[in-house]
Design a protein around this ligand. Structure first.
Ligand code: NDP
Length: 474
């Protein structure tokens, strides 16, 4: 799939108005002006997100992954906040060295090793690729080599685990909280640096958005595509590496810890490793395609991406594996097969839905979806400069089942990860709760943008495909 690069037909129509429409600019990414609600939300997230991450990880470390025990302990007077804090491992030189090595290694793989995977992997789109046209009219070039970085990193990981024995494969788990402080330092440094950079040496001044509100600008970002030099792109680097390359390594470290503690790796841990591994590999296989998704096309680089990619993602997306170290669940064969099927079907729906839209847009509708020529609704919209453009919304395949069936598939996969952990605690279910909120909110934001972009044509589309995520329900 992938292959957006040759998919220019839709973009030509968007020439003056790359990210969708003039009418709807500003619905994504961040605003030009800050209302009190946005400011309150920003302050809330800036304050509480780091605490939430700490709370989850500390609960596993000190309370066997119970989210309620720390609160009851403190309320009953059995423990003070200072006791919990004093028991929390602090930043160590060992963790700092591991983290510095890790990030430096990923930076080197990103900027020094041009992609060779696209030369021998059929269908894979890597090497130098173009991103979407930015609002100021720039088309950035990217070196797509995430798959290669992932393969090299994991090959070294396995070589170490089975042959060299330079370090223990449990190293990540063993230093998990000290590494949290390192990840925070990098997240805050990257976001603060990006903010200062946008004032003094922005990569593209015309793509900067200032509201004048320091907190909002810090959180949502000012620069659209901050870069150092020609190739070091903050969004691409932080979005994929070090967080997503680390995701599968973190899970492997949890599996190694289970082996060390219990002498075996449970089938639930294997399922988490396999299902999340497929998701991560899919991300890197389609890295060029991700250049055209909402994340890269509409979001500015601020704390939300910088800190989120360094801390939120690696610490909270991997909670199932962490939980299984403390509670090794061995699933019955029927349950394991059921969960595997849910995860695989979810992944299939997620991938095929994205693929169908990609193919449809790339060929301008001249393709086959489920063996037939796709049906679609012809749409038009007008850009800020008054130019009329034409587009198409497909109502065949998965896009005729629901308006965001790709999100539904994503949610099915997310639920499968959580179900591997059984029903002993709520903590591993954080992921499905978070993804449901994230994708429902995203769906509503996207539809708001599309509705103001396509107006009455969007109404025709929603009449033809009445449900967003689950036919007959929502
Ligand atoms: P989509 O890929 O769903 O793209 C939405 C856009 O597609 C719309 O704005 C519209 O753009 C166009 N479109 C909508 N309906 C149709 C149609 N019927 N036919 C043709 N084009 C249509 O959105 P995302 O970029 O949010 O998602 C990409 C993937 O990333 C998803 O599968 C999602 O699940 C995943 N994801 C994962 C996250 C995670 O943390 N794990 C986070 C976010 C996303 P236009 O203006 O061009 O018409």
């Amino acid at each position: 799939m992938a292959a957006f690069p040759e998919g220019k037909s839709e973009e030509r129509k968007h020439k003056n108005n790359p990210n969708g429409s003039g009418a709807s600019q500003g619905q994504w990414g961040r605003a030009w002006e800050v209302d009190w609600f946005s400011l309150a939300s920003v302050l809330f997230l800036l304050t509480f997100s780091p605490l939430i991450v700490y709370y989850f990880i500390m609960s596993c470390d000190q309370y066997h992954c119970s989210l309620t025990d720390p609160i009851t302990d403190v309320l009953m007077g059995n423990s003070h906040l200072s006791d919990i804090w004093n028991k929390t491992p602090s930043l160590s030189w060992k963790a700092a060295n591991i983290y510095i090595f890790w990030v430096t290694f990923q930076v080197m793989l990103y900027i020094l090793v041009p992609d060779f995977c696209h030369k021998f992997l059929p269908g894979y789109v890597g090497g130098v690729q173009e991103g979407a046209l930015t609002p100021a009219g720039t088309v950035n070039k990217y070196e797509i080599n995430g798959l290669q970085a992932w393969i090299i990193t994991h090959a070294l990981w396995f070589a170490n685990a089975y042959y060299f024995h330079w370090f223990s494969p449990t190293i990540i788990f063993d230093n998990w909280i000290p590494l949290l402080w390192c990840a925070n330092i990098l997240g805050y440094t990257a976001s603060t640096f990006a903010m200062i950079k946008s004032y003094f040496f922005p990569s593209n001044p015309n793509d900067c958005k200032f509201t004048g509100n320091l907190f909002y600008d810090y959180m949502m970002g000012i620069e659209f595509n901050p870069r150092i030099g020609k190739w070091f792109d903050f969004k691409l680097f932080f979005n994929g590496r070090p967080g997503i390359v680390a995701w599968t390594l973190i899970n492997l470290s949890y599996a190694a810890k289970q082996q060390e503690l219990y002498g075996q790796v449970t089938n639930s841990m294997i399922l988490v490793n396999v299902l999340q591994g497929i998701y991560v590999l899919d991300f890197f296989w389609n890295e060029a395609w991700y250049l055209k998704t909402i994340d890269i096309c509409h979001d500015h680089f601020g704390w939300y991406l910088g800190w989120g990619d360094c801390v939120w993602l690696p610490y909270l997306y991997t909670l199932q594996g962490l939980y299984l170290v403390y509670h090794p669940v061995q699933l019955s064969t029927a349950n394991a097969v059921g969960i595997l099927l849910l995860g695989l079907v979810g992944y299939y729906i997620f991938r095929m839905t994205n693929h169908q839209k990609d193919l449809f847009r790339r060929t301008d509708g001249n393709c086959k979806i489920w063996g037939k020529k796709p049906e679609y609704i012809e749409c038009s919209y007008t850009s800020v400069d008054g130019t009329k453009y034409y587009s198409k919304l497909m109502i065949s395949g998965f896009w005729g089942v629901a308006r965001h069936f790709n999100y539904t598939g994503d949610l099915m996969g997310s639920l499968a990860y959580c179900l591997t952990c059984g029903f002993g605690h709520i903590l591993p279910y954080f992921y499905i709760i978070y993804m449901t909120i994230l994708l429902t909110h995203r769906c509503i934001r996207d539809e708001h943008r599309c509705s103001s972009k396509y107006s009455k044509d969007w109404k025709r589309y929603t009449t033809a495909v009445p449900y967003r995520l689950i036919p007959g329900v929502f």
